[in-house]
Write a protein that binds this ligand. Structure first.
Ligand SMILES: Cc1ncc(C[n+]2csc(CCOP(=O)(O)OP(=O)(O)O)c2C)c(N)n1
Ligand SMILES: [Mg+2]
Length: 895
């Protein structure tokens, strides 16, 4: 029963009356239950609204735990033994970083993040995260990347990682191997599944992963399960726009298989996340507004009696008004300071804590460090239905580091502890290590038959095995798919089509195939019509978890906008980042789900590698497979769109991603060869590669594939001679390299050169400078390391061999692209390309502006012949006139 004297005065309301209201409400709650109490409040709110006294909008709840003590249920674990295990992990995680740093000061590592996240992780590992078994697909867990020392330390106790490995944390190049700094499936393919350390990637990946799991279920590709996707994020990490960028998708799609846990230690790297505000409240409002189930776990069990005494909400109010900067200060200050600053603002608050000694006040725990509060939050999250859940857990950065880092602004980068500090940490967590051993900071693993190890193993066994662990479970495809692609090898019979249309034709065929049809996942960010893919809407439908609740406006047309629960297309709306994370989910399903889904993500090429390259990098790290299609590609081939849209960059941007094969094909048969071979390499042979193929919207007749086995091989390796000169007599010779749509300019130049200048030029289709370049550097490297053996010859050099004449390359991308291979050519190369900002105009004008059309290719050829002394200056001078080249035109690089 409330103590009347302590009821806060609300101006204009008689305290007696206030008390009666509170007592009435308490009675309803007590006697009718929580649901009734909530309904009552709803009714009152509606009534107030009707009478014009609607409550002020707030998306926030008070600064207290969402789950009150009396509803938190029992903690099913052995709290004492779990605390012991957690302490050992804390120690080993710290020792790993301290030791790595001792060997080499430049090595680094993070202690304080795991120190704050330990309870959040451990409750998950002991009670929630389910491993992948034959019977159950398992949960998907994205762990805060720079908390990896804690994950390794646990795996050490589990017996999965040796002490030697721990010793080599961040020293992967040791002879006996090491541990990667952060979660990298590329580097530890049996262990890590999801790269999370580039802040903001994992929340977006997690959302789309959860959605992709539903997609596979709705399409009947995998059984429905209650598997969860967990994502552990930092509070600072939520500043990345990607972190919150798709949270409405998660609620719109009712992704109750998704749980975010945000480790709210109130700090980021440099200092407080919101010194002058409250990050928990800010996030609560954002997530609630987006329709998520928000669970705040802010205060530990020791606070429960205080809140019980806080009938009139004075303490709740006080905690709600302190900004995070003040909250952080409380962590580093004494109990007396806390008494004065938190409770000293009101005598009634002081009275509440008068029996609590300073030291006990100082060590009052945060919710995120109390396993009971964390367990209750997780349990509520996994049981919640209808929407995703976010848990906002208050923790302390550097928890347990005491003076050497707890709550300090420097804590993020704290990696050295002196003996005294180690001793304190050791004692605080009860680690059985003697003082004289501290200087060595040894790892500690209790004996196999100890209660700790037995308990930890039993828990993981119960939950289906170790997490994280990565296993490729898919079976290779068997068919060769020749028939699927055959029709594209014979040309278009004079019909003008673009490479985009050709690709869409192939996609349509693949979707009909008995083996791969179901596995193909077309992904578009609101650009299907741009690419002429609308026929697929009807053929396979657009995925919608709700089916189609309305009659589409175009229902009477053949190609209407068909949404369906088993729709196959992922129409993502205008989000290349979101689409890319769908690609990642589909491209890694061979490991996550044991299903060979084959994503084809087609987008405006300028908004791919340029905009979302970090996700593409992460896809490579994750060993993703699939196809990225850069549509409307080519700086001068995409007419009309101008500077922001015209892509002359992406093939350069594709260079750094090691497992990405990048192609700039000109003809339908080239694409057919590349895709068919890609499916073989990735899904039959199991190579961990993926593809980037640019496709254009310029329509022209597609020629048949020239005969000869070397053509297919050349397309895949990066170049082949497409059309040799018919002029066998001329002494003036040239080799011209064209790619993509610019190949046709090279062919036109071939004719001009032959007819007007008597130059015999051979034209090559260069499908991939990246492939040529990689082959070149690999060959060079081999030669360097094997000087006594017969040197190998790069493929591009083999192609050119003794091909006569000057060398000219023309591309719709930067000149740097052809220049990549110039050193392996027999003579110097003249490169034409599209460096500079695009313009909105037609193709002809653009190719003149960027100096990559047939005229400029002809001019460059003649000029090179002049340099070689094969023709006179006058010929070039005349050519400039005949070809109508403005020598004083603007320089496209800077214009
Ligand atoms: C995209 C990106 N930018 C910067 C960093 C460097 N970085 C690593 S951890 C960190 C601070 C993280 O703070 P928070 O998310 O609050 O996590 P905490 O360590 O506090 O749990 C920063 C800036 C990064 N990893 N990724
Ligand atoms: Mg933080």
């Amino acid at each position: 029963m409330a103590d009347n004297s302590s009821v806060a005065r609300v101006p204009g309301i008689d305290p007696q009356e206030m008390q009666e209201w509170i007592e009435s409400f308490d009675a309803v709650l007590r006697e009718e239950g929580q649901e009734a109490a909530t309904l009552l409040l709803d009714r009152l709110r509606a009534r107030a609204q009707l009478l014009g006294a609607g409550p002020a909008f707030t998306a926030n709840t008070p600064y207290v735990n969402t789950i009150p003590a009396e509803r938190q249920g029992v903690f099913p674990g052995d709290q004492e033994i779990e605390r012991r295990i957690k302490s050992l992990i804390r120690w080993n995680a710290l020792a790993m970083v301290v030791r790595a740093n001792r060997v080499d000061h430049s090595i680094g590592g993070h202690i304080s993040t795991y120190a704050s996240a330990a309870t959040l992780f451990e409750v998950g590992f002991n009670h929630f995260f389910r491993g992948r078994t034959e019977e159950f697909e398992g949960d998907t867990v994205y762990l805060q990347g720079h908390a990896s020392p804690g994950v390794y330390a646990r795996a050490f106790l589990e017996g999965r990682l040796s002490a030697k490995k721990l010793e080599n944390f961040r020293r992967e190049l040791r002879p006996d191997g090491g541990l990667s700094s952060y979660p990298h499936p590329w580097l530890m393919p049996d262990f890590w599944e999801y790269p999370t350390v580039s802040m903001g990637l994992s929340p977006l990946m997690a959302i789309y992963q959860a959605r992709f799991n539903r997609y596979l279920e709705d399409r009947g590709i995998k059984p429905k399960t209650n598997a969860k996707v967990w994502a552990f994020l930092g509070d600072g990490e939520t500043d990345e726009p990607e972190s919150l960028g798709a949270i409405t998708l998660a609620s719109r799609e009712n992704l109750d298989n998704l749980i975010f846990v945000i480790n709210c230690n109130l700090q980021r790297l440099d200092g407080p996340v919101r010194g002058n505000g409250k990050i928990v409240q800010e996030l609560e409002a954002a997530f609630r507004g987006a329709g998520w189930n928000v669970i705040k776990a802010l205060w530990g069990s020791d606070w429960d009696p205080l809140f019980e005494r806080d009938v009139d909400g004075l303490l709740v109010k006080r905690l709600g008004e302190m900004v995070d900067g003040e909250m952080q200060k409380l962590v580093v200050e004494s109990g007396a300071y806390l008494r004065q600053h938190v409770f000293g603002t009101d005598p009634r608050l002081l009275k509440m804590v008068k029996d609590i000694p300073d030291e006990a006040l100082r060590t009052l725990r945060q919710g995120g460090h109390d396993p009971r509060k964390v367990y209750a939050a997780y349990k509520a999250a996994v049981e919640h239905t209808g929407s995703p859940t976010v848990i906002l857990a208050r923790t302390i950065k550097g928890y347990g580091l005491g003076e050497s880092g707890e709550g300090r602004n420097i804590t993020h980068q704290q990696k050295k502890l002196n003996e005294e500090e180690l001793r304190e940490f050791r004692s605080r967590f009860g680690i059985p290590i003697n003082d004289d051993q501290l200087a060595d900071t040894p790892f500690y693993r209790p004996p196999e038959d100890s209660r700790e190890i037995q308990y930890l193993r039993a828990r993981r066994q119960e939950l289906g095995g170790y997490v994280p662990s990565r296993k490729v479970r898919s079976k290779p495809l068997v068919a060769d798919h020749d028939a699927l692609f055959r029709e594209f090898l014979t040309g278009s019979d004079g019909r003008e089509v673009s490479t985009t249309m050709a690709f869409v034709g192939m996609l349509r065929q693949m979707l009909r195939d008995p083996e791969i049809g179901k596995l193909v996942v077309p992904i578009v960010p609101d650009e299907a019509r741009t690419f002429g893919m609308e026929s697929l809407f009807r053929q396979v439908g657009i995925y919608s978890s709700r089916g189609q609740l309305y009659e589409p406006v175009d229902v009477h047309t053949l190609l209407y906008y068909k949404e369906a629960k088993d729709g196959q297309i992922l129409e993502e709306g205008i989000t290349e980042a979101g689409s890319m994370t769908s690609f990642i989910a589909a491209g890694s399903a061979y490991a996550t789900h044991g299903i060979n889904t084959i994503p084809f993500f087609i987008y405006y090429s300028m908004f791919g590698l340029q905009r979302i390259s970090d996700f593409i990098w992460a896809a490579a790290d994750m060993r993703c497979r699939g196809f990225l299609l850069g549509g409307t590609a080519g700086r001068t081939t995409l007419a009309g769109e101008g500077l922001q849209h015209q892509d002359g960059n992406s093939h350069i941007l594709a260079l750094p991603i090691p497992t990405l094969w990048a192609y700039d094909p000109a003809f339908a048969y080239e694409i057919a060869v590349i895709i068919q071979d890609g499916i073989r390499r990735m899904y039959k042979d199991g190579e961990n590669i993926f593809y980037y193929i640019t496709v254009m919207n310029e329509a022209y007749a597609m020629p048949p594939m020239p005969p000869g086995p070397e053509i297919r091989d050349g397309i895949l390796k990066g170049m082949y001679k497409y059309r040799a000169s018919q002029n066998k007599k001329s002494k003036l010779r040239a080799q011209i390299f064209g790619s993509g749509a610019i190949l046709r300019e090279a062919l036109k130049a071939q004719e001009i050169l032959d007819e007007k200048y008597g130059v015999a030029a051979d034209v090559w289709s260069v499908t991939s400078y990246k492939a040529l370049y990689n082959d070149g550097i690999n060959t060079e490297r081999w030669n360097l390391l094997h000087p006594t053996e017969k040197p190998r010859v790069p493929y591009v050099s083999q192609c050119l061999g003794d091909a006569p004449g000057v060398l000219i390359a023309a591309t719709d991308y930067l000149k740097a692209l052809p220049n990549l291979v110039s050193k392996w050519l027999p003579r110097r190369l003249a490169a034409l390309g599209t460096d500079g900002f695009g313009r909105s105009d037609g193709r002809e004008a653009l190719r003149n502006f960027f100096e990559v059309d047939a005229r400029f290719i002809a001019l460059a050829t003649l000029y090179e012949l002049l340099r070689d002394g094969k023709i006179e200056t006058a010929v070039v001078e005349k050519a400039i006139k005949d070809l109508e080249i403005d020598t004083e035109k603007a320089n496209p690089l800077l214009a």
